[in-house]
Each structure stands twice: as C-alpha cells, then as structure tokens.
Design a protein around this ligand. Structure first.
Ligand SMILES: N[C@@H](CCC(=O)N[C@@H](CS)C(=O)NCC(=O)O)C(=O)O
Length: 311
C-alpha cells in the first residue's frame, strides 16, 4: 500500500476517513451553552487556502460581523509544528500573542494529539479554542449572532428551508466537499475510483438542479451555496490536477461554472478568494502527493470575471 498523506486517517482499504472535530463548544444567543455572543471577544483563525475555513470567512463577511469577530490568517504553508502566524509582525498573532495555532489547541487540551485544524474560533480572554467544529461555526454565526448582524444582512439558514438545505449539505459534504479529499488522499485505486464516481455523479445532479434555479435552494443564497462554492472555487486550481478529479474542469461544466462565477461576483465572495494561498498550500504541504513541491502557474483566474448570465 502506498504511503498515505494522513496515515492515521487512512483505512486499510486506502480510504481517507476524516478525524472528528475535537472542540465543539458553542456560543449561543441565550448563553445556555455557557457562552454568549460578545463583540471583540472571539477571534476566527483561518487559512485562506482551506475550504472549511473559507466558509466561515464568507459567512462572517456577509452577515457584517467583521468588526465583531476579529480575524487571524495563517501562513498557507505549515511546517512540522503546523499552522504558523508568519504573516504577522514578529511571526505572532497580534491578538493571541502565539506563533503557532497549536499553542491555542494545547492550552485547551494539553493531551491533544490530533491534527491542529482551521477554522478555529478562539476565546481571546482565555486563549483557548472554543470550536474547530466547522459545520457548526457557520450555522451559529447565522442563527446565534443575530443581535450583531448588520442591518439588511441575508438570512443564510431560513427556518422554512432548513430541511432542504440540510439534505443537500449532507450529500454535498460526502460527495463533493469531502469527496475531493477522498479522491485525492486515497492510497488505493478502488477507493479513488469510488470517490471520483460519487463526486461527478453529485456534480451532475447539482448541475441539473441549477439549470432550474439560480441558487441551490430557490432564488436566494443560503448556507449550502457557500459550502458548495468553497469547493468549486478550488476545483480547477487544485482538485482537478492535484486530487485527480479530472473528468472535467469546472470551466468545462457550463451550468456549474456560470453558477460559481455568479457567486464569485457577488460582494463578499470573490474578495475572499486567494488563489496564491490556495495553490501553494495544497501543492507544497502534501509531499506524498506532490513530492517536488512545484506549484502550477495556471489556471488563469481571469475567467472568474466573465459575466455569468444567470438570473
Ligand atoms: N476540522 C476538520 C476540517 C478542517 C481541516 O481539515 N482543515 C485543514 C485545512 S483545509 C487543516 O487545518 N489541516 C491541518 C492539518 O492537516 O494538519 C478536520 O479535522 O478534518
């Protein structure tokens, strides 16, 4: 069996099995979780390369929470000690005062031995991790932080649409968001092909759906569009080549490509996309997949600004 990129998360059949999220505390509007929303107290740590962190970055912006929840951005390249704050003066996060995200994880759980992941929501008072539970972080920003939402901000998780949104979230997570990782991190042919087929079957279903409606659930952007977007925007730059998801490029799937451009051109989306961080992260930090660490120059991002023609 080939050597896996993440050995502890690879099954004997060569399948990638993602680790559970360790920190799952919540910040709730009524404080019943022991924490309530507070302006300036919590800090969101992201990598601009990471699709799971990217969701939180988009939602925070769309809801007008940028002055309420501060943002720290890690270097897209991890060293053996993990995510680093080398983009900040003196290589330290200016608010938390730490050089490595692992310091916050270990302050929260000195025994922590899993991967130190982004996004992470940190309590700036204690310096500990409140949550690295990325699916819950965005839902809580939408539903529990309402008192701080900017006037007129969208409802990304409307109550009457939740059953439909949740069902799509589930299949998109398994087949697309995590599906590209299952293809890319597979160490066996069968595991890879299974993930590849499931991915493109789901993309075909989504494409058919998006032929009929502008967004995944009706004519408004919801949480599930954001979750699909963060995978689609990385597709041609990374997943098509590096993760071998190459039946077609996104730019060769007309409906999905126009839909992705529609979102990209919506305020709060395109400005959060950093193709340099995205490409350097994947191509440099997966040495089992790309041993040379050479980062591709293309594709030309100019296509993202071509009018999408959707309405
Ligand atoms: N928390 C989830 C998802 C978040 C995640 O995987 N983030 C990636 C970046 S896209 C990360 O932080 N990886 C750190 C590592 O692999 O050491 C997980 O543990 O799988």
């Amino acid at each position: 069996m080939a050597i896996a990129q993440f050995g502890k998360e690879t099954s004997s059949r060569g399948e990638f099995v993602r680790q559970p999220n360790r920190f799952t505390d919540r910040i709730t509007a009524d404080g019943s979780s022991g924490r309530r929303p507070e302006a300036g107290r919590y800090r969101l740590i992201v990598s601009l390369a990471c699709p799971w962190a990217h969701r939180a970055l988009i939602v925070r912006g769309l809801l007008g929470l940028t002055e309420v929840i501060s943002l720290g951005v890690v270097d897209p390249i991890r060293d053996e000690r993990g995510w680093r704050f080398t983009l900040d003066p003196e290589n330290r996060d200016p608010v938390l005062g730490i050089e490595f995200l692992s310091e916050a994880y270990l302050a929260s759980d000195p025994e922590y031995a899993g991967r130190v992941t982004v996004p992470a929501l940190i309590d700036t008072v204690s310096g500990t991790v409140v949550s690295n539970d990325y699916p819950q972080i965005t839902l809580d920003l939408s539903t529990e932080w309402r008192e701080f939402h900017a006037p007129g901000s969208p409802d990304l998780y409307p109550v009457p649409l939740r059953a439909e949104i949740d069902a799509l979230i589930e299949s998109i997570f398994h087949n697309v968001n995590n599906g590209v990782y299952k293809a890319g991190f597979a160490t066996g042919q069968a595991a890879y092909e299974k993930a590849y087929l499931a991915l493109f079957a789901e993309l075909d279903r989504l494409s058919a759906r998006l032929e009929r409606s502008r967004f995944l659930v009706g004519d408004q952007i919801t949480e599930v569009d954001i979750r699909l977007f963060t995978t689609l925007v990385r597709f041609d730059a990374v997943y098509h080549g590096h993760f071998k998801c190459n039946r077609e490029k996104l730019s060769e799937m007309p409906v999905l490509w126009a839909y992705a451009r529609d979102l990209f051109q919506t305020p709060g989306f395109g400005s959060t996309v950093d193709f340099d961080h995205i490409k350097r992260h994947y191509y440099v930090t997966h040495p089992k997949i790309n041993p040379t660490g050479v980062v591709p120059v293309g594709p030309d991002p100019a296509g993202w600004s071509v009018p999408h023609g959707r309405s």
